[in-house]
Ligand binder design. Structure first.
Ligand code: FEO
Length: 396
């Protein structure tokens, strides 16, 4: 009995879980590891979609060999050149010299840049389907989801969209790979964090690609990370629509730092005030402890953002500064903001925090609070009022 998994009659699924990887791109925390998916379509011609990070290639080749069962591999479709999917192309070409690499013009030059020059390369575009026997595979270009060369592949016979990074998630996949085999309430937040961190900057590109793909008749969405979608396609499409349009929910994120607890005390008062004034989604991120990755996800999700920082070397506390740098990269528009800052002898963070938010064209909803030394009763009253004003604005 062979160990083989399929997503439909003709398509094999290979999913590699890496439970030891702690950071994706050495940047984004992976509390539950990461999954990398591959698919092999068997028809008159056998077609592999993408490869895998070179560190996972042993198991990948073993599963590929098992599914090919001695048959040749005719085509490798390269949907995305990031090395978590392209890293084993060189090894694959050595094991399967018969293969023709199929992709677009941008991919070809990237391949060569990574030192891979296939003997046989077929350049395709959206009007050039690939005939593999009983079906044609169609390509949907999806630039900037997540690199410029990305393309999706559509199999009309099986109504399956192979979606590259789109509709993926952080996390290894335990057990079954179908969406309905997982707790959606636990899964979607990691799909949200994955999208907002990895492709969040390119919302308009994502929207265009999804609009194109949605003209197709789709029963299965097969991404290169995470579960394979078939039951919960409406839910994941709705999630992507919201994320790509930066639509926000009525909640507030407080992003702040504190060295000795004084700025933290103000953050607590503001958070309590938000709750007392009817905001049911309040998240406090002390940047000495929270990951910027989660902050990015939460600022995508919620309408209000309150930023607080002690003064450090006459500027913003470094971990808050880093969070602001990474948030700015995502081009998140149309948020409501307020700021608070502290310092013992020269509190000096209000201005740079306000300037940062104004550069995003966000809307200020309350007077900024400048705290010297420990918070007084007046400072706490000002924090309570800031929370009230933000709650009023967010819930409007
Ligand atoms: Fe999973 Fe953009 O690579």
């Amino acid at each position: 009995m062979k160990y083989q998994l399929k997503i439909n009659d003709s398509t094999y699924y290979f999913g590699q879980n890496d439970r030891t990887q702690r950071f994706f791109e050495h940047l984004y925390p992976l509390p539950n590891g990461m999954a990398y998916n591959n698919y092999l379509i068997k028809d008159e011609k056998n077609v592999l979609l993408d490869t895998v990070d070179v560190g996972l290639s042993e198991r990948f080749f073993s599963q590929l060999d098992s599914a090919l069962d001695g048959e040749p591999l005719h085509y490798l479709i390269v949907q995305h050149m990031e090395p978590d999917h392209s890293g084993s192309i060189g090894l694959l070409l050595r094991r399967h010299p018969e293969v023709t690499v199929v992709s677009n013009k941008k991919t070809k030059s990237m391949l060569e840049g990574y030192g891979v020059c296939p003997d046989k390369f077929m350049e395709v575009d959206e009007k050039t389907p690939l005939n593999i026997g009983s079906r044609e595979l169609q390509f949907v270009f999806a630039p900037m989801v997540h690199w410029p060369e990305v393309m999706f592949t559509y199999d009309a016979k099986e109504k399956t969209l192979f979606s590259a990074d789109a509709f993926g998630a952080f996390g290894a996949i335990d057990g079954g790979f179908w969406d309905e085999q997982h707790d959606l309430a636990a899964y979607l937040p990691e799909a949200h964090r994955y999208y907002t961190n990895i492709v969040g900057k390119y919302g308009s590109f994502v929207q265009r690609a999804i609009d194109k793909a949605l003209k197709l008749d789709i029963e299965i969405i097969a991404p290169v990370h995470g579960v394979v979608w078939r039951k919960h396609i409406p839910e994941v499409l709705e999630l992507y629509r919201k994320m790509a349009t930066y639509e926000a929910e009525p909640g507030v994120v407080i992003v702040y730092g504190s060295m000795y607890g004084n700025t933290d005390e103000l953050a607590e008062v503001i958070g309590r005030s938000l709750g007392a004034h009817g905001v049911n989604r309040v998240v406090l991120h002390h940047m000495g402890h929270s990951s910027v990755s989660q902050v990015i996800s939460d600022v995508f999700r919620y309408k209000g953002v309150i930023i607080g920082s002690p003064t450090y070397n006459n500027g913003v506390w470094p971990n808050v500064q880093d969070a602001l740098y990474q948030l700015a990269e995502r081009n998140i528009p149309d948020r409501l903001y307020a700021v608070f800052g502290s310092g013992t002898w020269n509190p000096n963070t209000i201005t740079p925090l306000e300037e940062w938010a104004e550069a995003r064209k966000w809307t200020k909803v309350a007077e900024s609070i400048k705290l010297s030394q420990a918070p007084s009763l007046e400072d706490k009253a000002a924090a309570w009022e800031l929370g009230r004003l933000m709650a009023e604005a967010v819930l409007k």
